[in-house]
Design a protein around this ligand. Structure first.
Ligand SMILES: NC(=O)c1ccc[n+]([C@@H]2O[C@H](COP(=O)([O-])OP(=O)(O)OC[C@H]3O[C@@H](n4cnc5c(N)ncnc54)[C@H](O)[C@@H]3O)[C@@H](O)[C@H]2O)c1
Length: 281
């Protein structure tokens, strides 16, 4: 775990979150980076976690925050980073458990899925070939997926609550997915991890609600970030056809929802789950 302070262009921005400290995991890229920019724009001091040091440091420099480089699967490193942020800044107001990974895409399975769709459309159900998404899932892949998402969110929630519950204040936002709300075939480990985050959110939200702490979850639909870069263009085209608004979301659109849940405007939201999915969720 490394941590450094880097004054940047939005350091000291005045806004509704001025004086508050936010800790965001996986904030070196995509959604997390957009969350960091949005919270910093309203005055929060942001601690930018990521596994990738250069990415974390670049976003931290941009938003005038700190970088904290560690793996969210490592609970001791997570505890130490949260404790260090509180020691340095004297408080912790917002934690966004966002770090995540995508299941690897297998071009052969994509082609088979497309062939199966054609067979379904032509009523050739007897010609469907099993995808074997679950049979072919290795223990290590299942384990890593659950660890990064579900263990990561648990580690962050527990470390944050140790400070927020005594302070009788704080907002935790967990990043789930529409695939946690409405799982589809193909990545059972991702769906299970994201559904677990929803249950974690509801349980901990109920636990700490009487003590001034809020825990909520966001369920993004398909958002245009580097996470989706390895996906087959045919798959992307097929996904877009199923999105009622007809396009992928932008990270900045999700950042508005996270900003709402992070701040006092969402004072009656606790243990609640919010999709932003263009109609998919
Ligand atoms: N992009 C989408 O369509 C979409 C949809 C639903 C949910 N999500 C969720 O949103 C979150 C952010 O995804 P994104 O699209 O911005 O992806 P991204 O790949 O752009 O960013 C994810 C970041 O998390 C970091 N990371 C990965 N594992 C980590 C770990 N163990 N410890 C610390 N950092 C780690 C990566 O280095 C990366 O910088 C993920 O939880 C993802 O599952 C994304």
């Amino acid at each position: 775990m490394t941590e450094q302070t880097t004054p940047g262009p939005t350091a000291g921005a005045a806004g509704a979150l001025t004086g508050q400290v936010a800790f965001i995991t996986g904030a070196g890229s995509g959604l997390g980076a957009a969350f960091a920019r949005r919270l910093a724009a309203d005055g929060a001091h942001v601690v930018v976690n990521d596994l990738q040091p250069a990415a974390a440091e670049a976003v931290a420099a941009e938003v005038g925050g700190d970088s904290a480089v560690f793996d969210v699967c490592d609970s001791a490193a997570f505890d130490a980073a949260i404790d260090a942020a509180v020691a340095r800044h004297g408080r912790l107001d917002i934690v966004v458990n966002n770090a995540g990974i995508a299941p690897p895409t297998d071009p052969a399975k994509v082609q088979q899925a497309i062939a199966n769709q054609m067979a379904r459309m032509e009523d050739r159900i007897d010609q469907l070939v099993p995808s074997n998404s679950t049979i072919d899932l290795a223990d290590a892949d299942w384990d890593r997926m659950i660890r990064v998402h579900l263990y990561g969110a648990f580690h962050g929630t527990r470390a944050a609550l140790r400070h927020m519950t005594p302070a009788r204040s704080g907002s935790i936002v967990n990043v789930s997915s529409v695939l946690g709300l409405r799982p589809v075939a193909g990545a059972p480990h991702y769906a299970a991890a994201k559904a677990g985050i929803i249950a974690l959110t509801k349980s901990t939200g109920q636990e700490v609600a009487p003590f001034g702490v809020r825990v909520n979850a966001v369920c993004p639909g398909w958002i245009d970030t580097p996470l989706l870069a390895p996906m087959d263009p045919m798959m992307i085209a097929g996904i877009k056809m199923q999105i009622p608004v007809g396009r992928m979301g932008r990270a900045e659109e999700l950042a508005e929802l996270v900003r709402f849940l992070a701040g006092p405007e969402s004072s009656y939201c606790n243990g609640d789950v919010f999709a932003a999915s263009g109609g998919v969720g």
